[in-house]
Design a protein around this ligand. Sequence first.
Ligand code: PRX
Length: 651
Amino acid sequence: MSDEKLSNLLHEERTFEPPAALAASANVTADVYDRAAADPQEFWAEAARRLDWGTPFTEVLDWSNPPFAKWFADGKLNVAHNCVDRHVEAGHGDRVAFHFVGEPGDTRTITYADLKDEVCQAANALTELGVKSGDRVAIYMPMIPETIVAMLACARLGAPHTVVFGGFSSDALASRVTDCGAEVVITSDGGYRRGAPSALKPAVDEALQKADGVRSVLVVRRTGEEVAWTEGRDVWWHDVVGSASTEHKAEMFDAEHPLYVMYTSGTTGKPKGILHTSAGYLTQVAYTFWATFDHKEDDVFWCTADVGWVTGHSYAAYGPTAAGATQVLYEGTPDSPHKGRWWEIIAEYGVTIFYTAPTAIRTFMKWGREIPDEHDLSSLRVLGSVGESINPEAYTWYREVIGGDRTPIVDTWWQTETGAHMITPLPGVTAGKPGSAMVAFPGIAAEVVDDQGEPVGNGEGGFLVITKPWPAMLRTIWGDDDRYVDTYWSRFKSQGYYFAGDGAKKDEDGHIWLLGRVDDVMNVSGHRLSTTEIESALVSHPKVAEAAVVGASDPTTGQAPCAFVILRENAGDGGDDIVEELRKHVAKEIGAIAKPRQVMIVPELPKTRSGKIMRRLLRDVAENREVGDVTTLADSSIMDMISKGMTGTKE
Ligand code: PRX
């Protein structure tokens, strides 16, 4: 990367000012930026005081041992109390916390009082199963209310959870359970996807043959499908949670008590367990939720992200509940049973704030505006985007077709590691430019720097860094402090900057545009996947000798994995179905999201003299191919071409 300059590619002239009515009643106003910049610690301390504390903090930030931060360290609170009980105590027990919509059409309305009862019951049941503060619990669930209840119950007990996306395979689950040493797994028989039950429990059974240390599996009945049962280990949620008391006293934990571990891809094959702790995280997710979305009491918020990703943690499970918001929780896919399902839900529940990913917007664009046009979307007032840069066409379509040209769009840049929004417009304050995440959130110090760590000028590109600690920052990589330091803090060590892995540019006005990852991490449908991880999965197949994977741009998913594979000699040509066989193998090893769009069987891979695979050249090949082309290279002419192109390239 170091010899490649990130160039200033996009020229976008349109600007959308905040709507006057929204600006007039916005939760935060323009002065917030100066106030936060003048004293960021006091700004975050004020945000933290919006929470309920068992013991108020007197210290704000302890940065005496960088990069290991402590925020509000001498305070104590309970995260679940803040997300649930305090709203009931304030007289809002009847307020709807979740409008749950199951894919088959079943619905449930859960008020804050209901949520409190269920979280207390689940906390009591987990205690019965021996879960204590500090014990890890893995959660492998569909998007149903019990998933949020389970997370909040763990938080209530001070038992860090690790939610594993239900689309991940049993192997991925096993490695995460092992890495964080989970003792209990919470799962369900399955969930509904595309009109049919999709099982989860069998993957847990398979995972637990590989991962030791799990003594209990708590199983929610969702689909009613038959499941295998291990006596003494497996228990039904409705048996133990359903019969538990709704009374549970929330213990206060240290501000820095671990809240959860979320695994994410890095440049090596081994996923990183990103550790988030309690008070700083909750402060920033609650405050950003309130400010970025301009949340008001009567809003209905819907974040479409699965709770298996960080977006579902910060902007479904924790941020909105901490703010006492009413949310929609939808189990299924956007096209089941028809392609207007999301818009039907928005109309039915009067959703006012909608948060989704560019990949979804591009899919809807492909399906055509006639579909959303059939639904009344006039309740919407703020739209959000997350996961990757939103291309200006998608932005404009989102604003016009979904937002009726009324709604501001907040393009929120952040990461699993940052825990909460970092760069985003504020809908009542900052104008929006299609494709730009605009400015750092108040109290966040972001900069675009060159190779030497010097800020670039307006109109120039470089590396996006965060120059000061922030409350929701990751505290470490679970069990691997060295990797934490190496991965995030070594690139600009002398300056002490957090390097996020993204390239960015500042435009002529100093606004920030994200330019994608600068490492071997690809972004598929707004989710990070490491090339190495997919390569390792391919190489674990007995017919594969070597594999190189690149993320090629894809009109729908942003990027898509494309694999170049050298077969072992004894595999011959691999057989007719080799491409499909390898794609399925990756899906089994990691999950369907990592399935390569194309697998090209090649005789050689382009390498530098020192043996490094030149992914840049492979990416050229992958991107120049028409989608739907033959995926197996019949001859090596393309690779020959690449080889010629390599002559004279520097290592
Ligand atoms: O490359 C950036 C991209 O997604 C990465 C973080 O991925 P993950 O940890 O899975 O979290 C996704 C949801 C927060 C970033 O390093 N990214 C995320 N949001 C944006 C983005 N790129 C451009 N614009 C965004 N709004």
